[in-house]
Design a binder for this molecule. Sequence first.
Ligand SMILES: [Zn+2]
Length: 149
Amino acid sequence: MDKEVFKNRLKKEFPLLYSGLGKGWKEGGMLEFNIGEGWQGLILELSAKLENIIEKLPGEKPYAVQVKEKFAGLRFYMSEGTEEIFEIIHKAEIDSLKICECCGDAGGTHTRTLSYWVKTLCDRCIADWESKDLVLAHGDFIRKNVGEK
Ligand SMILES: [Zn+2]
């Protein structure tokens, strides 16, 4: 799913967790949301769990401030949180190391260094990377020659 479409879906389905999405930093906005399409399923699963917990919390609601990839793994930062919230996030961050960030494949995934990037990718995406059918532009995976194979 396109990144902008995905962000709109998150905002609609999890309004508390993503209350900062699209807002400026000074208005309690979200600093960064940048992950590959392969992790969107993982993010949806994680977001549903977090939204559920946040709904039940009294007072000011914690929200996501930064969601990105670093050293081949997911990093998910909250404005604040409870022990339960941080445990669930930690588990998803570990799970991300077994899911191809490009295509979402969960089998035979390896952490590989691509140029200067350390990424978690499956064998097929690594092969595409080596044949230059898959490239990174501003942190986004771009697949070339789609449908020509
Ligand atoms: Zn893959």
